[in-house]
Design a protein around this ligand. Structure first.
Ligand SMILES: *[C@@H]1O[C@H](CO)[C@@H](O)[C@H](O)[C@H]1NC(C)=O
Ligand SMILES: *[C@@H]1O[C@H](CO)[C@@H](O)[C@H](O)[C@H]1NC(C)=O
Ligand SMILES: *[C@@H]1O[C@H](CO)[C@@H](O)[C@H](O)[C@H]1NC(C)=O
Ligand SMILES: *[C@@H]1O[C@H](CO)[C@@H](O)[C@H](O)[C@H]1NC(C)=O
Ligand SMILES: *[C@@H]1O[C@H](CO)[C@@H](O)[C@H](O)[C@H]1NC(C)=O
Ligand SMILES: *[C@@H]1O[C@H](CO)[C@@H](O)[C@H](O)[C@H]1NC(C)=O
Ligand SMILES: *[C@@H]1O[C@H](CO)[C@@H](O)[C@H](O)[C@H]1NC(C)=O
Ligand SMILES: *[C@@H]1O[C@H](CO)[C@@H](O)[C@H](O)[C@H]1NC(C)=O
Ligand SMILES: *[C@@H]1O[C@H](CO)[C@@H](O)[C@H](O)[C@H]1NC(C)=O
Length: 836
């Protein structure tokens, strides 16, 4: 009880915290961020071209509704493509961010139709209606975005502006006066999501108010299942002579199927349709079994010689049309576009403002990279609370875990540093999913189970929360008992379909590795066997970390033991064809009888021999590896790098291998199992090499252009995985989930601070002799924590962030300095004493 009260006080004090709203100029530390407007440092368009699949539209932090522009690009997974050669197909309410596979969501496109001479002649089909954007003199499209707001000018002269609350969007369309007298019209598309998968649609128009309600069944993006979604759209004309909003019936309305709008009528141009007139005479319902379906409404301009502005408000729900209407009515009762946009920006400012940096000369661009990366860690997962069609519960419901395999490594650790309340809600939602479905979510989208890539990676996320916040879990309504039950269920219980949830638990327990010739519960051979096993080992490590904190000593020992099982896939004899002889020993698939099978260590890399199997998700691929070569996976046991060093013949050959991997393109930062590779020199007592390699990675692959995300091969932002990774490199830190240590490198800035509202504490990392990010003086020499000498150049403790400590770093140009003299200067590893 006392803790709950203390927490409430903390929340109030956040709002009043001067740290968030005022800048405190420090003349010693260069230029201070100005005022509260952290969101003004965000560039939403980074990664919106060249396969980045980043969502640049309007959303609240982790909002369910993400309203944005959709284009007819092949790379419109998040709807948008920055390349102006692609045309606009509409502005839809739901998106994910930086995902691969089939375009997800992009449901319920609103499209402003200008310049068609008569209702029946309007192009309504998603294939016929697209228009280009206006192009600026520099050749870029006339699009603008900032947190909570997006706008564009179309080549038809229509300006579109978008903003959002959690479950509704508000869109403002401004049409030029039309010389031919054609009406401004709005198309509400019910069925064309990103995959054009909508089926079994419902649609009704209320001719008196213009309200359009509808819904359909859609195909999930990276999974076999379908989901239902609903929308409710209302309109208001804005009259320049009358500042009050005008509630007007539409001048025209009708439904359309494919390219055929029918004025005042529904159904007569549709095959296989059933029309019924509802009890209210103003309501018409239309049910069709397939095809494109939508509504078209025209509005009489209040002033035919002035531009006409139409506000379009769209509520969305996964439960019902009625709930979609209720969401819009309750969240945006006033159609107040500027109010909604202002409130969204304020929420972003407060959240992003928890991180502060001071700048050296010319570092505005680096700051933009930092805040834009931070921004993208707050798009997914999304808060679908009260929108869960699967069961009723008062617990939060989060969705859009797409996928935890991507995000557990850096995104959730970044959330822990500055957004523990959100993290707690997400974890409660995950535990609730486990209680209802049996397993923690791994990959999930639009309320559907999606495919598991490697391990059961809900565990490291839940464990990360607990290891960082165990003393506060109860006060944040996270039940330790249910949390632990959920972890053990994942680790121990065999699911019916281990491609959708859980693990191949029986095999893992029986063999202590995943045999390539072992059968899944569904009866097929297990693809991705090595990738799975290595992830299981790490997840078991995270469970052992939690078990220790719960004083469940036996379990802690048991899961730490299982965490060591990654060695069972280590074949000490495998060598690198055409590689240096020092690179010997590799992760390899294994058979049930114990023999190793052989997968070429170059498989799943740019040097893969022809026909060596696929690197991507495929049920029939038995090479054992997913998104990473056996060589890359030879560096994957993040909880026990000391053991990897031992297996590889000691620090010198280990470093040679890291160099070989990076210099020969075996490292691709977008393949998550290798993310930690440039930081791993720390464990070989050469932190300077990590500083060099991580900065090299950042500078080569991340920048503030629309193409500024790594990978040109369908590799993407991954729901915040890349953003949080770039953030950590810029901050000079690297986390290991479910531990209380962070690797230390040097920040790009003279100082960076982290405000954590739960602790009401601000931790600061300062460089005492900052000479610029491009200086040769970038290697850590001395570390003071709260004025006291710290025993390691290689890591700091979570206590720094809990207490709000100041870490002062002095830099040198000497790349050779080791972690330190003391025996515990090296970062921890499981086999050399663990993480206590
Ligand atoms: C679009 O046009 C309007 C009015 O002409 C202008 O104010 C705005 O800056 C333009 N660009 C965007 C992205 O809204
Ligand atoms: C209509 O718009 C024109 C151009 O903006 C303006 O001059 C005129 O006063 C408006 N008429 C009315 C009735 O508001
Ligand atoms: C640092 O170097 C990068 C790349 O070489 C360059 O773009 C940037 O302008 C430089 N920054 C400063 C502050 O000199
Ligand atoms: C949730 O509760 C509502 C209202 O009682 C009910 O209509 C609905 O069917 C329930 N949903 C589920 C999935 O049980
Ligand atoms: C925890 O739950 C209690 C009881 O439902 C509630 O009063 C309190 O506000 C919750 N605290 C948090 C941080 O969610
Ligand atoms: C575990 O034991 C320690 C030491 O006795 C104690 O301080 C702590 O509260 C215990 N934790 C739990 C969750 O029981
Ligand atoms: C295991 O099975 C494989 C394939 O059948 C065979 O080649 C190998 O010799 C067997 N190993 C042992 C130790 O029996
Ligand atoms: C890393 O070291 C190499 C070789 O000494 C050097 O050329 C490069 O500039 C360094 N990169 C960074 C980012 O420090
Ligand atoms: C920006 O990053 C992309 C993707 O990594 C890269 O292809 C491009 O060359 C970089 N551009 C600049 C100007 O550094």
């Amino acid at each position: 009880m006392a803790l709950v009260l203390a927490l409430a006080t903390t929340f109030i004090s956040i709002l009043q915290s001067p740290f968030l709203w005022q800048s405190v100029p420090d003349p010693l530390l260069g230029i201070q961020n100005e005022g509260p407007s952290a969101s003004s440092f965000v560039n939403l368009f980074i990664g919106t071209a060249n396969n980045g699949h980043v969502f640049p539209g309007a959303t609240l932090p982790h909002g369910m509704v993400k309203v944005g522009m959709d284009t007819n690009s092949r790379n419109n997974q998040a709807g948008y493509d920055a390349d102006p050669k692609y045309s606009v197909t509409g502005f839809s309410q739901l998106h994910d961010d930086g995902t691969g596979d089939r375009a997800s969501l992009s449901n319920f496109k609103i499209f402003p139709t200008a310049g068609c001479p008569a209702f029946e002649l309007c192009e309504t089909s998603v294939f016929k209606r697209p228009v280009l954007r206006a192009i600026l003199p520099d050749g870029t499209p006339d699009d603008l975005g900032k947190p909570g707001y997006f706008s564009t000018n179309l080549s038809t002269g229509v300006r579109a502006e978008l903003t959002a609350t959690r479950r509704a969007s508000l869109q403002r369309y401004t049409f030029q006066p039309d010389v031919d007298g054609s009406l401004p019209r709005i198309n509400v598309d019910i069925t064309n999501d990103g995959q054009r998968s909508g089926n079994s649609p419902t649609l009704s128009i209320d001719p008196l108010t213009g309200r359009v309600t509808g819904g359909a069944v859609f195909q999930a993006s990276f999974g076999p299942r379908q989901y239902k979604a609903y929308t409710c759209v209302d309109f208001r004309l804005v009259s320049s002579s009358d500042p009050l909003l005008l509630r007007a019936p539409p001048a025209e309305y009708g439904t359309w199927s494919r390219n055929g709008p029918v004025l005042n009528e529904v159904g007569n141009n549709l095959r296989k349709c059933a029309v019924r007139i509802a009890s209210s005479r103003t309501q018409m319902f239309l049910l069709v079994s397939y095809g494109e379906v939508g509504a078209l409404l025209g509005f009489q301009p209040p002033n035919t010689t002035a531009p006409t502005t139409i506000l379009v408000r769209s509520g969305v729900s996964f439960i019902s049309e009625k709930q979609a209407c209720d969401n819009a009515d309750s969240e945006i009762p006033d159609f107040g576009f500027d109010r909604v946009a202002r409130e969204a920006q304020k929420e972003w400012d407060e959240l992003l403002g928890r991180i502060r940096v001071t700048l050296g000369e010319g570092q505005e661009d680096t700051r933009e990279l930092l805040y834009s990366s931070l921004y993208r860690t707050h798009i997914s997962p999304a808060d679908y609370s009260e929108e869960n069609p699967l069961w009723n519960s008062t617990e939060p419901y989060y969705d859009s875990f797409y996928c935890n395999w991507d995000t557990y490594r850096t995104m959730f650790p970044l959330l822990a540093m500055h957004d523990p309340e959100r993290f707690a809600l997400i974890v409660r939602g995950m535990i609730s999913i486990q209680q209802h479905e049996g397993w923690l979510p791994e990959c999930r989208g639009a309320t559907s189970l999606q495919y598991i890539q490697g391990g059961s990676d809900g565990e490291p996320i839940v464990a990360e929360f607990y290891v960082k916040f165990f003393e506060y879990a109860a006060s944040m309504n996270v039940s330790s008992e249910k949390m632990y039950e959920a972890l053990l269920a994942d680790a121990e219980n065999e699911p019916k379909n281990a491609d959708l949830q859980g693990r191949l638990a029986t095999m893992w327990k029986e063999y202590s590795y995943i045999p390539k010739d072992g059968h899944t519960p569904g009866g097929s051979l297990a693809p991705r066997s090595v990738s799975r096993a290595l992830e299981y080992a790490f997840s078991d490590f995270t469970i052992s970390q939690v078990a220790k904190l719960l004083n469940r000593t036996e379990d802690a020992v048991k899961y730490a033991g299982r965490a060591g099982n990654f060695v069972n896939h280590w074949n000490p004899e495998t060598t690198m064809p055409d590689g240096p002889s020092s690179v010997r020993g590799m992760m390899q698939p294994r058979l049930k009888n114990g023999s190793f099978s052989y997968t070429d260590p170059r498989h799943c890399s740019p040097h893969a021999p022809p026909r060596s199997g696929t690197c991507y998700f495929s049920a029939g691929d038995l090479t054992g590896f997913y998104e990473g070569s056996p060589l890359l996976y030879s560096q994957y046991a993040p909880h026990d790098t000391a053991k990897l060093i031992e297996l590889q013949g000691g620090p010198t050959t280990f470093i040679e291998r890291l160099d070989f991997i990076i210099d020969n393109d075996y490292f691709d930062v977008t393949d998550e199992p290798g993310q930690q590779v440039p930081f791993m020199y720390h464990y070989a007592d050469r932190p300077g090499l990590s500083t060099n390699r991580t900065r090299q990675t950042l500078e080569l692959f991340f920048n503030t252009t629309v193409a500024g995300l790594p990978g040109n091969d369908g590799t993407v932002e991954h729901s915040g995985a890349m953003g949080s990774y770039a953030f950590f490199v810029l901050a000079g830190l690297y986390p290991l989930p479910a531990t209380r240590q962070l690797l230390l490198s040097s920040p790009y800035f003279p100082s960076i601070s982290f405000f954590n509202p739960l602790f009401n504490a601000k931790a600061t990392i300062k460089v005492t002799n900052f000479e610029g990010a491009n200086s040769t003086k970038i290697f850590v020499q001395d570390v003071l924590v709260d004025g006291q000498p710290w025993h390691s150049r290689c890591f700091i403790e979570w206590d720094v962030f809990e207490r709000g400590s100041t870490v002062e770093i002095t830099l040198t140009d000497d790349i050779t300095l080791p972690c330190g003299d003391s025996p515990n200067a090296l970062p921890p590893s499981l086999s050399t004493g663990g993480y206590d």
